[in-house]
Design a protein around this ligand. Structure first.
Ligand code: ADP
Length: 308
């Protein structure tokens, strides 16, 4: 469906993308997972023709994007990170405005708007002005706007940032339904739980490069790590944890009241870990061993936490 080769882009001195290659199959939900500044928005902007790469080629099916711009653009829907709606118009009026921009008119526009408002669970609020909407509702209208012209591939740029958990779940359900209907999607996020839940395949992007790619199971299987030790403590003394962070560089995630150590053999690691915790004067409440998470894989590959 989409094939991109050697995408490279700099903003003055800042190298945002370096030789990014992508091959997305029809019907695939591909997740691009990386921290802020990794290059996700730049990639989506280039793939959707909003931004020209310095180098690289993009093909939709067998058509070169820049040589067939008008034709390719009809295939593409974009849900931008920034809400692109008129606050003083109603949801219905906003969708009609965007539909007209795509050249949809009359009865078919009305029908499409009603169908999408229903699909996104906003029919009962369709005549209310956008300024009365919550952040999550605005994002749902943004998704509807990207679907008006029946695109074959949709780019979603961090569609759940800054919204409440209930709206986030509603958006997940919408994406899952679109996936079931066979829509091809590229979804960017810095939340590993979203990539884990939604995506068929995940590309881990850091500092403008895709450093690993595969299904969740493939990414975990490729890691030298196999398990995680989750250790909960009740006297967090973040400044006194140097012995632990020095010993387990690139393996340890530290949160407010617990730490996660990823390991190739958790049982063997446990006595040394407990000894170091005692040296750091941590009062341990609970220890358990779990299977490897995507976050540990990310830490192993990049040396940093997605939560940084
Ligand atoms: P992400 O979407 O993963 O947060 P971006 O693609 O927005 O990452 O940014 C990639 C890099 O390019 C970052 O270092 C960012 O600061 C830089 N960047 C993005 N847009 C611009 C711009 N318009 N001008 C200068 N630098 C930019």
């Amino acid at each position: 469906m989409l094939f991109a080769k050697n995408l490279t882009k700099s903003y003055n001195e800042v190298k945002a993308l370096s030789n990014v290659n992508l091959s997305i199959q029809k019907g695939e939900l591909y997740g691009m997972l990386g921290p802020n500044g990794a290059g996700k928005t730049t990639t989506i902007s280039i793939l959707s023709s909003l931004l020209k790469p310095d180098e690289g080629e993009i093909f939709y099916e067998d058509k070169n994007l820049y040589q067939n711009l008008a034709e390719c653009k009809k295939l593409i829907g974009v849900v931008p990170q920034k809400i692109a709606l008129y606050e003083d118009l109603t949801a219905s009026e906003n969708l009609k405005f965007w539909g007209t921009m795509y050249g949809i008119k009359g009865q078919s526009l009305q029908k499409k708007c009603d169908e999408l408002l229903d699909f996104l669970g906003l029919s009962d609020r369709k005549n209310h002005k956008i300024k009365t909407y919550s952040g999550g509702m605005k994002r749902r209208i943004n998704i509807a706007a990207a679907l008006l012209h029946n695109p074959k591939i949709v780019f979603m740029d961090e569609p759940t940032v800054g919204i409440d958990p209930q709206s986030r779940n509603l958006i997940f359900e919408v994406i899952e339904e679109l996936h079931l209907r066979g829509l091809t999607m590229i979804y960017t996020t810095h939340y590993m739980e979203e990539a884990e839940r939604l995506c068929d395949r995940i590309g881990i992007i850091d500092e403008g490069r895709i450093i690993a790619e595969g299904s969740l199971d493939e990414l975990k299987a490729d890691s030298s790590l196999k398990e995680e030790i989750h250790l909960k403590y009740s006297n967090p003394n973040q400044s006194g944890l140097d012995p632990l962070t020095d010993r387990y560089k690139g393996q340890l995630l530290i949160n407010e009241d617990h730490l996660i150590l990823s390991s190739s053999k958790a049982n063997a690691e446990l006595p040394g870990l407990i000894q170091l915790c005692s040296k750091c004067e941590l009062l341990l409440d609970k220890i358990d061993i779990r299977s490897l998470s995507l976050e540990s894989v990310f830490l192993e590959l990049t040396g940093k936490s997605l939560r940084d």
